[in-house]
Design a protein around this ligand. Structure first.
Ligand code: ADP
Ligand code: MG
Length: 690
């Protein structure tokens, strides 16, 4: 009932008020019950002055002892308040009326609430809430903690509190349906839903406030797990739906062995294992949905090529999607080298192609003449239609959005036949996060690098050493190595990025005219970028000054030195990606992270992690803890991870339990899933169909 009742059913909520509530994601009365307090104030007991804790909030009582007005840059009113046992506390007001100041006459009894700080003359409170009371008949204390809710413009604390109170009255009349199985609640010792909601909106003095503050109270855990179960169940449903679909089965092809025989290397054990998994998936009449995670340089491209061969030899088309032009170019070269000897033509579609050229290519894709097509986002465009798309490979998936992953289904001319999907990412994703963000995919991990790679040595240096680092770099280049210099900026403007890189490049050329310096940034045209990249690959350039456009996939084995400026501004996952551009050949590689001092303690700790390890999974775990899932997955990936209560940074340990119980629910109580979805996803953007 409360799940259907619009917020306008509440007293005092007209269309205007409703609109503001919608802004907070509150549409029906039930939503208000799930709008949980951010924190609580404790006005249930008076604290002795000696027992106050600096930095925490307290309710105190005392007498006005003196008041002073100080004039200065900011006028302030100071009221000295004395406790029954003689201790002093100063109340400090910056905004006040003359009349207000006059009220604080000596001997009056005050009750104040606020955060206690330590000030110039001892304990003080800045702008406390206060009331004058009659000491002989003091007003009663609150009997429950005061919740503080998230608010929005024009909808303050008091209005929200009133609305929640109304919702609670309604809840007591018509409790919400319990959707979690008794067994789960019993096993984890968690309260029933209605009980949990009441505890969180109206916690009693006997409730463990410390636990509530730390978000580990059973009432909160119960809601967190319910939300995570809903998310897991929704993902599993999507997966089941996909798996029920039909896809072409490609039988194992001997041509893949031909490629393996032609390669100058043998696959690592990890590559072999993952290739087996992919090969097996492709023989099934249901669409493969596999995510391959492999650290930078672990050799994902060759697996994509093997999969492409199996599909192409079965007579189907393959689309290979790369997030940047540079990477697409690079794939074009590698695929052509590997597939041409097997008589599989490789075609290219690029957003920057001339119109006529592009039309021609699109016609070839539609007719089926183009079989393996490599491209950028251009391959997603509506106008591109495939004749017989059997396999789509999405490389460096973290650069694409979820939407693009799903939109593929509509690209095929074949009725009711779905495309196998191979998704590759170099972003190591902690297991719990992968289960949440990619619960609808099978996971493969390439947890081994090709032999002979030496771990990159990383140094963390202050920007004050910048010139010395430049000198060192030049000396190294004179010995024949190649280097990258990366200039990230915090601004989201390509123009500023480009300028920073341009300035650095010209500093080098002015100081060292013999150094062959290339410059690459997002504002260059695709063919310009490709030219610079090819020159660097061919060692016609010693140094490549770049913005973060080189982050993904670029492969130049002779480049063994990388400098990253303003490293403190980047996430660890991104630093790891960037650093992965070196250490790709036999040379010992080095990376220097330059930071702008002063650097905070956490800033230092973060960069030290980069120095200590090159293990992408460990780095990702740290990033998840420090910066949250958006940083680890890339912001575009977090669409489906907008939780109301759960927080993957904090609650990731619940994910495996939620997954287990989502399975149980799907099998034993499938009817409950829809109710869970209505409760938790409700009128929020429906991400499963987005
Ligand atoms: P990533 O996983 O980052 O996409 P790539 O596929 O670009 O890595 O591979 C990096 C380099 O390693 C390429 O030059 C590739 O040819 C090479 N490579 C791949 N697998 C092996 C292997 N098993 N042994 C040696 N070199 C390999
Ligand atoms: Mg790659």
């Amino acid at each position: 009932m409360l799940a259907q009742q619009q917020v306008t059913a509440l007293k005092g909520v007209g269309p205007k008020q409703a609109e503001k509530l919608h802004k907070l994601g509150l549409f029906v009365v039930q939503d208000l019950l799930f709008h949980l307090p951010l924190r609580y104030q404790d006005k249930t007991r008076l604290i002795d002055f000696e027992q106050v804790i600096v930095g925490s909030e307290a309710l105190l009582e005392g007498e006005v002892f003196a008041q002073t007005l100080t004039r200065g840059r900011r006028n302030s009113l100071l009221v000295k308040m004395q406790s029954a046992s003689g201790e002093m506390l100063t109340l400090r007001f910056f905004h006040f009326h003359q009349r207000q100041a006059q009220q604080f006459t000596r001997g009056k009894t005050l009750r104040v609430f606020g955060e206690v700080r330590s000030g110039p003359t001892g304990l003080e409170m800045v702008h406390p809430t206060y009331e004058f009371i009659n000491p002989d008949a003091p007003p009663a204390l609150d009997d429950s903690l005061t919740p503080i809710y998230p608010t929005t413009d024009g909808l303050g604390q008091i209005s929200i509190l009133k609305l929640v109170k109304q919702a609670i009255v309604l809840l007591k009349q018509a409790p919400l349906e319990e959707l979690l199985p008794e067994g789960l609640l019993f096993q984890l010792q968690l309260p029933l839903l209605n009980e949990a909601l009441l505890t969180l909106h109206e916690p009693q003095p006997t409730d463990n406030l410390q636990q509530i503050k730390q978000f580990c109270h059973p009432a909160q855990q119960r809601l967190i797990i319910e939300e995570l179960i809903n998310q897991q169940a929704t993902m599993q449903q999507m997966r089941a739906q996909e798996q029920a679909r039909h896809a072409p089965a490609f039988k194992v092809s001997t041509a893949t062995d031909d490629l393996l025989g032609n390669l100058p290397f043998t696959l690592t054990h990890a590559q072999q294992r993952v290739w087996q998994e992919i090969q097996q998936d492709l023989t099934q009449p249901h669409p493969m949905q596999r995510l391959v995670q492999g650290d930078v340089g672990s050799g994902k491209t060759v697996l994509a090529a093997l999969a492409a061969i199996q599909a192409a030899k079965a007579g189907y088309q393959v689309a290979i999607m790369a997030p940047t032009e540079i990477l697409a170019e690079q794939h074009l070269q590698a695929f052509t080298e590997w597939l041409a000897p097997l008589n599989i033509p490789v075609a290219f579609l690029n957003g920057r192609m001339k119109v006529a050229e592009k039309r021609g290519m699109m016609a070839q894709i539609e007719s089926g003449e183009a079989q393996v097509i490599i491209g950028t986002h251009a391959l997603f465009q509506d106008a591109v239609v495939f004749h017989k798309l059997g396999l789509a490979v999405i490389d460096e998936q973290h650069r694409f959005g979820v939407h693009q992953r799903l939109a593929l289904h509509e690209k095929n001319n074949l009725d009711d036949v779905h495309t196998h999907q191979l998704i590759m990412t170099a972003t190591p994703i902690p297991r719990t996060l992968a289960m949440t963000a990619y619960g609808d995919l099978d996971l493969s991990v390439i947890d081994e690098l090709p032999p002979g790679r030496k771990p990159i040595e990383t140094a963390v240096l202050s920007n004050e050493k910048r010139f010395e680092v430049m000198q060192h770099l030049v000396a190294k280049c004179e010995q024949g190595i190649q280097a990258y210099w990366v200039c990230p900026l915090i601004e989201e403007s390509e123009l500023l990025h480009a300028q920073a890189a341009e300035v650095t490049a010209s500093q080098f050329t002015e100081q060292w005219p013999d150094l062959r310096v290339g410059l690459i940034h997002g504002r260059l045209k695709g063919d310009q970028k490709a030219m610079v990249m090819n020159a660097f690959k061919a060692h016609q350039l010693d140094l490549l000054v770049a913005t973060t456009v080189i982050e993904v996939g670029v492969n130049v084995p002779n480049a063994s030195l990388m400098i990253i400026e303003n490293a403190e501004r980047l996430g660890l996952a991104q630093l790891h990606q960037l650093r992965g551009r070196v250490g790709r050949g036999d040379l010992q590689s080095h990376c220097v992270l330059l930071y702008q001092s002063p650097l905070s303690q956490t800033g230092k700790a973060r960069l030290n992690i980069m120095r200590e390890t090159t293990d992408g999974f460990r780095i990702a775990e740290e990033d998840l803890k420090i910066r949250g899932p958006g940083e680890v997955l890339g912001t575009k990936q977090t669409g489906g991870l907008q939780f109301r209560i759960a927080d993957l940074k904090r609650d990731s340990e619940w994910v495996p339990i939620a997954k287990e119980w989502a399975d149980i629910l799907i099998h034993n109580h499938p009817g409950l899933i829809e109710s869970l979805q209505a409760r938790w996803i409700g009128q929020k953007i429906d991400y499963q169909h987005a």
